[in-house]
Ligand binder design. Sequence first.
Ligand SMILES: Nc1nc2c(c(=O)[nH]1)N[C@H]1C(S)=C(S)[C@@H](COP(=O)(O)O)O[C@H]1N2
Ligand SMILES: [Mo]
Length: 229
Amino acid sequence: MGRRVFLGTLGLGALGVLAAPALQRGTEAFLGGAADRDPTGLTGLLPNGGGFRYYSVTSSVPHKDAGNYRLTVDGLVDRPATYTLAGLRALPQTRMVRDVQCVTGWRVPGTPFEGVRLSELLDAAGVRSSAGAVRFTCFDGAYSESLTLEQARRADVLVALRMQDEDLGHSHGGPVRLYVAPMYFYKSAKWLSGITVTDEVRPGYWEERGYDVDAWVGRSNGRDDEPTT
Ligand SMILES: Nc1nc2c(c(=O)[nH]1)N[C@H]1C(S)=C(S)[C@@H](COP(=O)(O)O)O[C@H]1N2
Ligand SMILES: [Mo]
């Protein structure tokens, strides 16, 4: 599907939140349609036959699994750490069911996410008093995100291992992605590989390209109401 057709499916005119068509570049496939017409099998992950779009700012992303996945926690901490997938699975898991909202307008209501609270990993690392923010990096080699320390410590921010009650698949950022429930989905960095505690917020990939750093759903990116589909 070409870019123009793809944007058309988003109802772009009604939204007025896209700063530029460049925000839609990258590899995207609209995962709609029946599972039996989907050679990738990805639509099997989708609730009620659809809703999610697959986003990546890079054209390919290496696959990682329990054998080679690592998550590092470093920066302004007393105890830097590296977690394997098994190490993350061994920590207390939190499940929450929230609406997923992309800033471009699509929304998937009632999506379960499950994983380790980010606050748990931060506490384990021992955040230093000079710290003010957390930066996230990804094994796609390009994407990044940030939260203030206060945002990062919220109970509804997860290092997610599962989505829709399945282990996170590669297309949705597996084996581990960030899930920032109260913010637009661009905060939820896929293919998470690094958590670095910093002194202040460094704008992430889309934020350097115009989106709000404080991405509260309904309160940022020029919106002042609750989002609609
Ligand atoms: N590493 C990485 N994370 C990312 C993105 C991306 O391109 N790369 N896109 C973001 C955006 S804009 C959205 S809407 C969601 C899409 O998640 P999905 O592909 O699981 O639907 O991932 C977010 N996290
Ligand atoms: Mo998005």
